[in-house]
Design a protein around this ligand. Structure first.
Ligand code: HEC
Ligand code: HEC
Ligand code: HEC
Ligand code: HEC
Length: 461
């Protein structure tokens, strides 16, 4: 029989050991908690990551060439990125403490290795530093998960080393070991950079969130199925042939072929015959048959998608048909107007009285499918980091159909005979007045025709 007082002594000894163990465990867990997102700044060295040239020169030659042609390899060096970062974001961050974090933060997604190495702001692209590697092979193939509930703001965990993460089990390479990762094959992985929250707590990029609440996620169709498609082939020069080798296409807004046909248009009149002076109503159905998220998505603050409707009578006279207003809140931002906007660029440009530039640069009265971003003063902005609120979301969702109408009172002088009416949907990556003002090369504001359709009405007397 133990003496009664022995029991408490033993218990307390045991609990001390337990407490110590717990403290030690927690301590280790905290010390080893992988750093992700903002707290990963400066936690790695450039040398922890191999260069894309290393991966691509002798072994992954095809994947390397695909990647070189994708925006991923230019996320830091691309002209518009360079201009926006160095001309607007960095000077703005130096003047406004609320957005100070973007000086480093832009690089978390655009030049992740520079960010992880703490090299911020990185040297200008013309210096040829390793920041130019942009979103390189090793950025993705060392990612092992993400921290928090929602993937966003580069909260992926980077675990560089001898092991590379990929889609296949039990394979090995003479150069590195391989580990199968379900994370890389998930949309969450893409979401770590394709969702962005501004310093004001607003979702300013939400491609992954849009996808997640749309029909494709429910049916198990993920980003990879449209942007990294599968085809029979080799994934390394000396490797096996697979029936489903992942293509590193990452084609999106910068591939006119990807954009074309995204929306299908059908236009019809409410009557087939009309006399001059009559109103004729044309209805256009716009069906998003192609994107897994909204259109436009991603850099929504820059993008503009607009519908232009024109009628041509039998004598060749052209009439512009403005869209009918629907009357929803915030609609004024979704119809082409002669208005000034983007005044907050004046902060970075040292011109506090900056009056702004043309908002749209498209024909007045055309319907715009967009979501406006507003700065803390309530003015429309192109600076997603300076966004405090969002306007009405009037983009076209995945598999959504929007109907627009144009009511056209036939002019008295309209020619008798066939009146042909055409609806065209146009797309521009960056609103033209902004591209011109900032000196962004013309390809960024080229007009890409998404689709068009025509109908006719017979004009009789
Ligand atoms: C933006 C992220 C990203 C970048 C950049 C990237 N990859 Fe990948 N890679 C992936 C994803 C995602 C997969 C497929 C994962 C899955 O389907 O489970 C993949 C698959 C692969 C595979 C296996 C293909 C197969 O079908 O077995 C190889 C090999 C590969 N990548 C090499 C490279 C090389 C080399 C580069 C640089 C030239 C590169 N990757 C750049 C994300 C990336
Ligand atoms: C480490 C961050 C990061 C990850 C992870 C990432 N991306 Fe990206 N991605 C970017 C950046 C940054 C750009 C923009 C490049 C530019 O235009 O400056 C981009 C561009 C793209 C584009 C081209 C868009 C255009 O404008 O043409 C596509 C498509 C794309 N990514 C798809 C994916 C898919 C699919 C995945 C997941 C398999 C993924 N990305 C994972 C950072 C990332
Ligand atoms: C069903 C096919 C499909 C799926 C699924 C899909 N996309 Fe796309 N994506 C497209 C098409 C088509 C475009 C070109 C039209 C456009 O620019 O929106 C595009 C464009 C993009 C762009 C450029 C958007 C812009 O307007 O600048 C990005 C970035 C992108 N996709 C990323 C993703 C990511 C990340 C996922 C997963 C969360 C994903 N996509 C899922 C079809 C798809
Ligand atoms: C959370 C990740 C993330 C952060 C942080 C981020 N970006 Fe991006 N950025 C992207 C992705 C992804 C795209 C591509 C979206 C698309 O194609 O529509 C992009 C696109 C862009 C584009 C348009 C490229 C083009 O050619 O259309 C510019 C410019 C840009 N980013 C600049 C910046 C600047 C400046 C910052 C910092 C203030 C920043 N980004 C912060 C992920 C990010």
């Amino acid at each position: 029989m133990p003496r009664p007082e022995e029991v408490p002594v033993k218990r307390s000894a045991l609990s001390i050991v337990l407490v110590c163990a717990v403290v030690l465990f927690l301590g280790l867990a905290v010390a080893q908690a992988p750093k992700a997102g903002e707290s990963a700044l400066g936690t790695r060295k450039y040398d922890d990551y191999k260069t894309p040239q290393f991966c691509g020169t002798a072994c992954h030659t095809d994947i390397y060439r695909q990647w070189q042609q994708a925006m991923m390899s230019q996320a830091y060096t691309h002209h518009w990125d360079e201009i926006e970062y160095f001309k607007l974001a960095v000077p703005h961050a130096e003047k406004d403490s609320v957005v100070a974090g973007v000086k480093a933060g832009c690089n978390g997604c655009h030049a992740p290795i520079a960010f992880l190495a703490g090299d911020v702001p990185p040297p200008h692209p013309d210096k040829g530093s390793r920041a130019n590697e942009s979103v390189s092979c090793e950025v993705c193939h060392t990612a092992t998960g993400f921290q928090g509930d929602t993937p966003h703001n580069f909260n992926f965990v980077s675990s560089p080393g001898q092991t590379k993460y990929g889609p296949r089990e039990g394979k090995n390479s003479p150069e590195h070991s391989l580990s199968k990762s379900d994370f890389l094959g998930s949309a969450d992985f893409c979401g770590t950079c394709h969702n962005e929250m501004s310093p004001y707590g607003v979702w300013v990029k939400s491609t992954h969130l849009e996808w997640k609440e749309g029909p494709y996620a429910k049916q198990g169709v993920k980003c990879h199925d449209c942007h990294m498609t599968y085809a029979p082939g080799k994934t390394a020069a000396m490797g096996n042939t697979y029936p489903d080798a992942r293509q590193h296409l990452f084609h999106g807004a910068h591939d006119p072929g990807k954009v074309r046909g995204t929306i299908e248009l059908r236009i019809h009149p409410d009557v087939v015959e009309a006399v001059p002076g009559d109103p004729v109503r044309f209805t256009v159905a716009l069906f998003n048959q192609k994107t897994g998220h909204k259109f436009p998505s991603g850099s929504v603050e820059d993008r503009i998608v607009w519908m232009h409707v024109e009628a041509v009578d039998a004598k060749g006279t052209v009439y512009h048909l403005p869209v009918d207003k629907k009357g929803f809140a915030g609609e004024e931002y979704t119809i082409g107007a002669d208005a000034l906007a983007y005044q907050d660029m004046g902060i970075a440009l040292n011109d506090p009285a900056f009056k702004g530039i043309q908002r749209d640069g498209i024909p007045i009265g055309d319907r715009i499918f967009r979501m406006a971003y507003f700065d803390p003063q309530g003015r429309m902005t192109l600076q997603q980091w300076n966004t405090k609120s969002l306007g009405t979301d009037y983009r076209i969702g995945p598999r959504e159909t929007k109907l627009e109408t144009c009511t056209f009172r036939l002019p008295d002088g309209v020619a008798l005979g066939e009146l042909k009416v055409t609806a065209v949907l146009n797309y521009q990556k960056l609103v033209k007045p902004a591209a011109d003002f900032l000196g962004v090369p013309a390809d960024e504001s080229e007009i890409i025709e998404v689709n068009r359709h025509s109908t006719t009405v017979k004009i009789v007397d």
